[in-house]
Ligand binder design. Structure first.
Ligand code: BGC
Length: 442
């Protein structure tokens, strides 16, 4: 099961937390659909015990959550806020008491605003600041948490936040500017990996992956360009020590790369987190878009409330592609996010029927299992997400949870998919506590 701090916690001003780029961005008119505010989100900061109980009922043996950098190091670098770490300390203990392995992500897009004001990810200095924060978090939790994720979906943060400007920090950089952001994110990952590994901890990098499939034979070049951006930009440097061919985007080199950077980034992951939602059918570029590709549709595929095509085999194809592409350099994989949004509502009887979500998850779990049978080393599967939460620019409109949340009352109602997933886990663990099982993390 997976979640992220800014999407669930609320309590943005409590216990010494300072604003993140998302606090500031979401206050700007027009940035979040219907002006929804993240101030309370799922109130998880106060209701975390209830949420941990839900995880316990579900029977998962691992929980991926994110630590909010602006709670731990409110000004981005320098003084560590002990009260911020206390929250995660309590959460980790409560998870462990229930036999749930805590898997924290250090950066799920909530950069301290103080760093943004110094240039954010365009500034090289943000990378060592991230490593300092990683060290502080590991010093507090590393005695109980052994597997850490550095960054969540740096590509999405770069493209949505720094090129299209539809996510925080809302910047609209050109291609070289965006690639410089990418490099600093990778450098941050590499430096943080050094800190974590020096403490004997395991390091994962989580990327969003989507098989880029030519919608027609004539679109192969466009699909290659999209693949380089979406699937390779944040993976090739880590697994091969080099940037992919980015000639469809720029004639120049990736800016900001200094001697030694790629050596530090190479080999810096003990596992790769795969977030998968859908494949991307690629067409020839749309005229005037300025992009070297266009987007098509998957004929006949059902779509989620977000309009994303449901193609479970796409996850299997993506795993196969990663194996074929990187061979022995590919470390173990973890599906760190997979899920779907639908317009769920609570019926008069208090039930939330979400058959489409059950079908989605069933198909994707089967796709992972089939990939494992083909030889893939996939060691975990995390559903996105426990509770309906703040879905970034969509506000509370997209419900991804296995638990419905009434955002007026904060009432949590497990959906049918919750019962289905609990059954699935119980059937795999022989009805015993999931800790007794040697099965994959779920
Ligand atoms: C992100 C999550 C997000 C989910 C659904 C991923 O891109 O990591 O934060 O809620 O997809 O959009």
């Amino acid at each position: 099961m997976a979640s992220a701090a800014f999407q669930v916690e609320g309590a943005l001003d409590e216990d010494g937390r300072a604003p993140s780029v998302w606090d500031v961005f979401a206050r700007r008119p027009g940035t979040v659909r219907d002006g929804h505010s993240p101030a309370v989100a799922c109130d998880h900061y106060h209701r975390w015990e209830q949420d941990v109980d839900l995880l316990d009922r579900l029977g998962v043996n691992a929980y991926r959550f994110s630590i909010a950098w602006p709670r731990v190091v409110p000004t981005g670098r320098g003084a560590v806020n002990g009260a911020g770490l206390d929250f995660y300390d309590r959460l980790v203990d409560a998870l462990l008491e229930r036999g749930v392995a805590p898997v924290p992500t250090l950066f799920h897009w909530d950069l301290p605003q103080a760093l943004e004001e110094e240039g954010g990810w365009s500034a090289r200095g943000t990378a060592p600041a991230f490593a300092e924060y990683a060290a502080a978090a590991a010093d507090r939790l590393g005695d109980r948490v052994d597997r850490w994720i550095t960054l969540n979906e740096p590509l999405v943060h770069m493209v949505y936040g720094h090129v299209f400007g539809v996510h925080a920090p809302g910047r609209t950089l050109d291609v070289p500017g965006a690639l410089e952001v990418a490099h600093h994110l990778l450098l941050a990952h590499g430096l943080a990996a050094g800190e974590l590994r020096s403490r004997g901890l395991e390091v994962l990098l989580t990327n969003n992956y989507s098989p880029a499939e030519p919608a027609t034979g004539a679109d192969a070049g466009a699909a290659r360009a999209y693949d380089a951006l979406h699937n390779r930009l944040f993976t090739d440097p880590v697994l091969t020590g080099a940037y992919p061919d980015l000639s469809a985007f720029t004639a120049g080199e990736v800016p900001g790369v200094r001697e030694g950077d790629l050596d530090l980034i190479a080999g810096s992951a003990d596992g790769i987190g795969v977030n998968y939602y859908n494949p991307t059918p690629v067409t020839a570029p749309d005229e005037g878009s300025g992009l070297p590709f266009g987007f098509g549709e998957v004929p006949g595929a059902p779509v989620t409330a977000f309009g994303w095509p449901v193609v479970p085999e796409g996850l299997g194809r993506m795993i196969d592609l990663l194996r074929a592409r990187y061979g022995d350099a590919l470390p173990p994989l973890y599906v760190t996010e997979n899920g779907c949004s639908y317009e769920d509502s609570v019926s008069v009887g208090g039930r939330v029927a979400d058959p489409d979500r059950i079908a989605y998850l069933e198909g994707h779990v089967a796709a992972v299992e089939a990939a494992r049978e083909r030889g893939a080393d996939v060691r975990g599967y995390f559903v996105w997400t426990l509770t309906d939460n703040f879905e970034w620019a969509e506000g509370y409109h997209q419900r991804f949870g296995l638990v419905h949340v009434d955002h007026g009352t904060q009432r949590r109602t497990p959906k049918d998919s919750f019962a289905w997933y609990r059954e699935l886990i119980a059937s795999r663990t022989g009805g015993q506590s999931p800790t007794a099982s040697k099965g994959p993390l779920s």
